[in-house]
Design a protein around this ligand. Sequence first.
Ligand code: HMG
Ligand code: MG
Length: 303
Amino acid sequence: MSCLPKSVRIVEVGPRDGLQNEPVHVSTKDKVELVSLLGKAGLKNIEAAAFVSPKWVPKMADSAEVMAQIERLPGVIYPVLTPNKKGLDGAIAAQAQEIAVFGAASEAFSKANTNSTLDEVLNRAIPLVEQARAHGMKARGYISCCLGCPYEGATDPAKVLDVAIQLREMGCFEIVVSDTIGTGTPRQSAALIELLLPHIPVDEIAVHFHDTYGQALANVYACMELGVSVVDSSIAGLGGCPYAKGASGNLATEDLLYMLDGLGIESGVSMDRILDASAFISGVLGRPPASKAGQALLAKRKG
Ligand code: HMG
Ligand code: MG
């Protein structure tokens, strides 16, 4: 029998995953305003920046400025991505409370995304997580390509498990099972979570679905039925990975919230305020939100 969680923690990744791949230039001021609106909506986890090489991801080059300028609301965590020591130094200087290291279940993606083999990435992450924790920061561990890879095709679930165990053993408090190219379907997603569950406690598993094939919400539901209660999403469905061609945005926060509200699952997030953030960033980008719920509810607002 399925058993849905009573509450879900939404991890908003729009300002990072959303804007890292955005062709339109978004100013630091607008990024800061977006983070502010997301905080006002009640989100407690807002991934705000990435201390990665600006040669690789130019859109995140102003991460230090973003972190310096955001108003940090009490009780809200603003995680940042850190691929290496330089990234960690940036996170420490920015007084981030949480970092994210990122590995993959695919060797070819690892090379494309970080110019490193998977072993190199994981070995580099060990001291990062250790030092982050010594600085009082928590570390999330992403695993990309859990349900398919843009270069290698199908992913071996055993590889996901292997990387998840390594990330957990190095001290990541949460393992983020990520469908980078959004090819996964609900039964496949659930089967992967079932494989992880004997090794990773359910409250240490988060899911991160890109919505390229329109499966993200169904996949989240399937994972929630297994007790998963931490879900990444992105305002207005922004997102994509520069190293996963064709990967579209993440599951939209508006769509996730609409479903959670409808199921009576507590998230602490206000739909009305989320729509403010959705309308704001859509105005900046000059296009409607990719979210169906966002589009419908914003149209209703206009009357
Ligand atoms: P590299 O070129 O092998 O590294 O890149 P390098 O050490 O030779 O450095 C090259 C240049 O970058 C140097 O500058 C470094 O100083 C600089 P130069 O001396 O030539 O002037 N550099 C940095 N600058 C600022 N911050 C840093 C940093 N590191 C080096 N941290 C590296 C290797 C890992 C750095 C690079 O490949 C990289 O930054 N990759 C990140 C790519 C990325 O951000 N991808 C998107 C995020 S992951 C994602 O979206 C997936 C996720 O959403 C889950 C999912 O959906 O699957 C999380
Ligand atoms: Mg992503």
